[in-house]
Write a new protein. Structure first.
Length: 289
């Protein structure tokens, strides 16, 4: 539902300016398309029962298209393992956990194809990995890429922050072996300080990424609104459903932790189920046009 006589605050003005380049050319030149892209959707109240129903539907989507979606998401855990291997070989042992935990910030980017699969199944259309990859031909691809860049920026900022924390904790230099690293982290005051501060700061980054993206990607794919409108809608969903969305965040974290064992292999199943479920949660949280 559009909001009339709304005075744009400086943050909204800046966000709109930064995201304008990602709008499609047709949207910038067509007044009707511009007006439609500026309409802010109505947000609805959701309960814990909606989360479980979204997970049930997400599991059903995965079961119906598991061969195709596994092909889509298998690169995600492989990329995580590659990052961890890189860190362990280049004296960056303190960065292994920040790399793997922060990599979850990019989960919504990896799930865009899954949203397309759920959207097509919802319409009763044929689903294959070709259809999912076809999301890159969406009229909203510019805004989707822009949202992805925002999450990448958060990921990079988190890594930079975690690296600075590790420099303080390991002032005498990083440990040369895994055993030395584990011993220094858990058996010294500096190591325990790094754990506490790192988890606290990482939590803030995770909350920011979650609030910005929880419905942004499916909304962009579904309605082709402007990126700043999608972000504001996502923030509004979280603000109006703080307890329910906090529970959803815990479910996502718990599922990702379980899926990471062993060696991130479980993410091949967990990620598509969460991706499909996120689409159905978007449907419940944002009223249809």
């Amino acid at each position: 539902m559009a909001t009339r006589n709304h005075i744009v605050n400086p943050f909204e003005y800046l966000l709109k300016g930064l995201t304008w380049p990602f709008a499609g050319e047709h949207r910038r030149s067509d007044p009707a398309a511009r007006a439609a892209a500026r309409v802010t959707p109505q947000v609805r109240r959701i309960e814990a029962a909606d989360l479980w129903d979204s997970l049930r539907k997400g599991l059903a989507d995965f079961a119906a298209a598991r061969d195709d979606v596994i092909f889509i998401v298998i690169i995600y855990p492989l990329a995580g393992l590659a990052l961890a291997t890189f860190a362990s070989r280049y004296d960056l042992l303190p960065m292994i956990f920040p790399l793997l935990s922060g990599f979850a910030l990019l989960g919504p980017v990896a799930a865009v194809g899954l949203y397309e699969v759920s959207r097509r199944r919802e319409r009763g259309e044929t689903v294959s990995w070709v259809n999912a990859v076809g999301v890159f031909r969406s009229p909203a691809i510019g805004s989707i890429v822009g949202m992805g860049l925002i999450l990448v920026a958060l990921f990079v900022l988190w890594l930079a922050t975690a690296y600075e924390i590790s420099l303080i904790a390991f002032a005498n230099g990083p440990p040369a072996t895994v055993d030395g690293f584990v011993r220094q982290v858990f058996a010294t005051g500096e190591g325990r300080w790094m754990i506490g501060v790192g988890i606290g700061v990482g939590f803030l980054y995770a909350v920011a990424a979650f609030a910005l993206s929880v419905v942004s990607f499916p909304l962009l794919l579904d309605r082709h609104v402007d990126l700043d409108v999608a972000i504001k809608t996502s923030l509004k969903v979280v603000a109006q459903n703080p307890v329910t969305m906090a529970l959803w965040g815990l479910v996502v974290v718990a599922a990702l932790v379980i899926g990471s064992l062993p060696a991130l292999v479980g993410l091949i199943v967990v990620l598509p189920v969460l991706g499909h479920a996120s689409w159905h949660l978007y449907r419940k949280a944002v009223a249809p046009t």
